[in-house]
Structure formats: structure tokens, C-alpha cells
Design a binder for this molecule. Sequence first.
Ligand SMILES: Cc1cc2nc3c(=O)[nH]c(=O)nc-3n(C[C@H](O)[C@H](O)[C@H](O)COP(=O)(O)O)c2cc1C
Length: 199
Amino acid sequence: MTSQTDTLTQFLRSRRSIRRFTSDPIPGGVLADILQAAVYAPSAHNLQPWRFAIVESGAARTLLGQALTLRMSSDMQAQNAPQSEIDSRVERSLRRIAEAPVVILLCRDTEAVRADQPEETLMGVQSVAAAGLQLLLAAHAHGLGGNWICWPLYAQQETTRALGLPANWQPQGMVFIGYPAEQVKDKALRSMAEITLTV
Ligand SMILES: Cc1cc2nc3c(=O)[nH]c(=O)nc-3n(C[C@H](O)[C@H](O)[C@H](O)COP(=O)(O)O)c2cc1C
């Protein structure tokens, strides 16, 4: 292995989800660089169906939080969760959205891929996920931490409407990014024997 390969491999291995951030702002140039790196991800038919909504203003964050936690609360109520548990989860979620230095909603342009086959839709989703990982890695390269959040999947239309996004921007997830305020731990990985087969 060359030292360059070794460095890159170590870099890929060292990315972790970061859920606590300092309040330091991310310079605009750094954010632009991260987004510019994300769009080099592979995509099915090179259709680049990813769209990114940067949720910046306090008002937009509030609207996003409300759209996401409304569904969260009703799902928890349907599961008979105690109201105190629902309230604290909602409060924590709203706080995380309000405090994350950068919130990026990852969307799929439903018009960028053929809608006639479910496989094409799936490929669009996979392509957005590839861009999401690339975005997290680019953030890591800048010394930032990120966390992929699945909540928008549970309230796709509500999220699109709340933020006034084009109707064809279908949320797939969101990413919080900021300077890390936590130490990462080693993570347990499944063994290669479990996850690979040579056939
Ligand atoms: C599709 C997807 C959805 C995720 N959703 C959440 C989430 O809603 N909340 C959260 O804290 N982490 C979420 N994560 C982060 C995972 O928990 C994390 O990647 C996993 O525990 C492995 O840890 P690592 O990223 O540090 O390697 C999500 C990751 C992916 C890929």
C-alpha cells in the first residue's frame, strides 16, 4: 500500500456520526466546498437526482421541526407512549434542529428519474444516499462532524410543504454538520466472515 492509499483508507475509517457540536459557525466557503464534493457522487444514468435544501433561518428551522415532530408525536401516541416521553423527545428534536450549526435536507428530485419502474425510483434513492455519504466524508475532510438523520422520511410531504420547496423535492433524510464537541469511540464492526461470501 502506498502512503497515500494508507492515508485515504485511514480517513475513510475515521469518519463517525457526530451528534454534539460546538457553536462555532461553518464558513460559507467550507459549506460550498462540501456541497461541491457531494455532487461528484455516482448516480444512476448520471441523472444526479440529489437536491439540497440548506435550512438556515430560525423560522425555517422552526417550521421544519414542527413538521417532523408532529408526525413523531402522533406515531408515539399511537404506540401509547407516555406523554412525558413524547414531550421530551419532541423537545430534544426541536433543540437539535435549532442548534445544529448547519442543517441540510437531502432530497430526491422525483422528476429527474423515470417514474414508470419501481427500480428507477430505488436507483434515485440510492443515488441520493451516495451523495449523502460523500457529503459526510467531505465534512470530515474539513475537520467537521456530521450526523445523518432519518426523520424527514416519516414526513416527506409535510417537510416539503413546510419549507416551501418545489413539490418534486422529496426529502430522503437530513444531515446535521458542525465542529465536533464529542470524542468518538471505536465501533464494533461485523466480521468480514459474516458479511462477505466468495462465490
Ligand atoms: C439512512 C441512515 C439513517 C440514520 N438515521 C439516524 C437518526 O435518525 N438519528 C441518528 O442519531 N443517527 C442516524 N443515523 C446514523 C447511524 O446511527 C450511524 O451511522 C451508525 O450508528 C454507525 O455509526 P457511525 O456513523 O459513527 O459509523 C443514520 C444513518 C443512516 C445511514
